[in-house]
Design a protein around this ligand. Sequence first.
Ligand code: PAF
Length: 276
Amino acid sequence: MKIIRDVEEMMALSRSWAGHTVGFVPTMGYLHRGHTSLMQLTRPLCEHLVVSIFVNPLQFHANEDLGRYPRDPEGDAQKCAAAGVDVLFIPEGFYPANFRTRVIVSGVSSRWEGAERPGHFEGVATVVARLLGIVAPTVACFGEKDFQQLEVIRSMARDLALPVRILSGPLVRDDDGVALSSRNVYLSPSQRERARSLNRALFAIRDHRGTVGERLAAGAAFVDSDKIDYLAIVDAEDLEPLPDDAPVTRSARAIVTARYGSVRLLDNVAIEPDPR
Ligand code: PAF
């Protein structure tokens, strides 16, 4: 596995692959089984597999955890090599000094994480657009764990006619049911225990029969957190909340974000329409 830090070198290599299939898994590092599952999903679809590690300052705002975002460069490189990655791209000087562009995806990015973290999705869309320009992949894979992010990226790729297929990989849970996330490392043992309530809540919502409001009430009863930022059932494509007083009639997602001290955890589960 080759490690590339220089943007120009990555661009030259990806241009030399013209006519080949290139797979791409962008990450912010501190890799876990959720990330490696995306690599495994993409590996058979491409001749060249690239993983990037870049903790993107544009998607953090001032009082967030950019400075203390967990890092493990050696462990990450080992995991990528074991997953059959050809190139690990760890850019230095990613944004040139005169970088002026921001990518805004309206609508799907406005609620939920977009409302809780103003500017976050602008930062995500901007870095992903630049990464896609540099790596020029045929297929790029993102996790369903960050479900809204996935829909923002899908919308951007579709609206800008980017020549890439956006693939998604299922959320991966730890043995205790907690969704894998690099930020889980911040949880104390008691917070971790309480965090198990989130997937229980989501499964209760998924399995309950009744209106959206009744499902949400059934799920909310399980949540043990310091604060729920949101708990909702949303349309699986535009992320708009479904009406409270009606059953689920289309493909939907139950989404939750809750706080444990300064740690925010996201989780979600697919909800099938009620049988008629
Ligand atoms: O999901 C992430 O790790 C990041 O938001 C991404 C897509 C790599 C962009 O920085």
